[in-house]
Design a protein around this ligand. Structure first.
Ligand code: FMN
Length: 228
């Protein structure tokens, strides 16, 4: 079953020395900022030395107003010289490949009260509090930001990007019939619910290798909300 595990593989021109991939894992190494730190770099270099052929670098915000401090960001050009290029150079120098996970966190960005929370639809949390669903303008804005972020990832030296469409974050929330109760063209049928994530993916064009991470289950918070 695993006879090919330690053999090279070429995926759309990206040659991996074998098939062991490190998945994205948020580290909080940014502290209160959103830049790559020397700790990030050491951490990834050690994983390449330890045997990872492709490191997917953790959740990285694409949209400045909703980018929480304490998480990496690629929502502006300044983040490329702000450590992202240094990180890919360090991974490459050890013989590894680097992917970046492009992310819009929906409710999860609320860990930073200055970050704008974007929801797939109006979401009641109590009798008094309902978080509004993203407007069409906000949807278009985030789609554009995913495209710009993918282009920046190329500039920063990443070998691929991973589109985060899992874990109740915004693209997954739109896709899910258990979260998205919109009544416009972004809600209702599966095709309509898939419109936003597909627009985000397509916005990054044909220029790049893309992975899409999807989870089939809802995270507990949304299950509780739905049951209520
Ligand atoms: C501390 C921590 C941070 C994580 N951060 C991310 C992340 O940034 N993006 C993501 O898609 N998954 C994230 N995950 C999920 C992991 O990628 C992985 O799916 C999970 O740990 C299960 O893997 P396992 O079955 O090999 O344990 C994180 C998991 C942990 C434990």
């Amino acid at each position: 079953m695993f006879e090919k595990l330690f053999t090279p593989i070429k995926i759309r021109g990206m040659e991996l020395k074998h098939r062991i991939v490190m998945p994205a894992m948020g580290t909080k190494f940014s502290g209160q900022a959103s830049y790559v730190t020397p700790t990030h770099i050491n951490y990834h270099v050690e994983r390449v030395k330890g045997g990872s052929a492709l490191n997917i670098v953790e959740v990285c915000s694409v949209h400045t107003p909703s980018a929480p401090r304490g998480f990496l960001s690629i929502s502006e050009d300044e983040y490329i010289p702000g450590g992202l290029k240094e990180l890919t150079d360090a991974i490459h120098a050890e013989g590894g490949k680097a992917g970046l996970q492009l992310w819009q966190g929906s409710l999860a960005v609320g860990s930073d009260q200055t970050a704008q929370i974007l929801m797939a639809c109006d979401t009641p949390f109590s009798e008094e509090i309902t978080l509004p669903g993203a407007t069409i303008e906000e949807i278009k804005e985030v789609v554009t930001c995913f495209g710009k972020a993918a282009a920046r990832a190329v500039e920063a030296g990443f070998d691929c990007v991973e589109f985060h469409c899992a874990h109740n974050y915004l693209p997954h929330s739109f896709l899910s019939g258990g979260i998205n109760f919109r009544t416009d063209e972004y809600g209702g049928s599966f095709e309509n619910r898939a419109k936003f994530p597909l627009e985000c993916i397509r916005q990054s064009g044909k220029i790049f290798r893309k992975i899409c991470r999807y989870s089939c289950e809802l995270m507990p918070m949304m299950i509780i909300w739905k049951a209520a």
